[in-house]
Design a protein around this ligand. Structure first.
Ligand code: SF4
Length: 149
């Protein structure tokens, strides 16, 4: 079976904006012993760890890819280019490894699938995908949100 692309923070890599990882027993169960390719789009796109939290303003990841929305951090810095670069690098990594499925961190402006923060930095959510999840889906890679907890 082909490997599963997984958000690196879910595999114990401390690459989240706050410098922490986010694995859990539920995530391990969802992976189910499959071979994995751990990947962090934001770090691969050139952002440091730790970094300021970022959200998509004006839409979701699809809107970012189409130039209708942008990604900004909580200081107002535009990090759209880094997020788009990281998404393309994730797609390259998935293709290179032969992944047709991904298990990605929920609510992230990169990895979120189905739900992301709404761009107000208030904790509010909206329907939509992160930038990497959107790009992977557009190229035929099935993205599943990881279980929370
Ligand atoms: Fe985890 Fe994805 Fe955020 Fe990287 S970009 S820290 S892999 S959720």
């Amino acid at each position: 079976m082909e490997p599963l692309l997984v958000s690196a923070c879910l595999r114990g890599v401390p690459c989240r904006f706050d410098g922490r990882a986010k694995g859990s027993a539920a995530v391990a169960e969802a992976i189910g012993g499959r071979r994995t390719v751990a990947f962090c789009p934001e770090v691969s796109g050139g952002l440091p760890t730790p970094r300021r939290p970022a959200e998509i303003v004006g839409g979701d990841g699809h809107d970012v890819l189409d130039g209708r929305a942008r990604v900004v951090d909580d200081t107002g810095r535009d990090v759209t280019a880094e997020f788009v670069e990281g998404a393309h690098r994730a797609l390259e990594a998935a293709r290179r490894a032969g992944c047709t499925e991904a298990l990605l961190m929920t609510r992230s402006p990169s990895c979120g699938r189905g739900t992301v923060h709404d761009g107000t930095f208030t904790g509010a959510l909206r329907e939509g995908d992160g930038v990497t999840a959107a790009l992977l889906e557009r190229h035929g890679i099935t993205v599943r949100p990881a279980p929370r907890g």
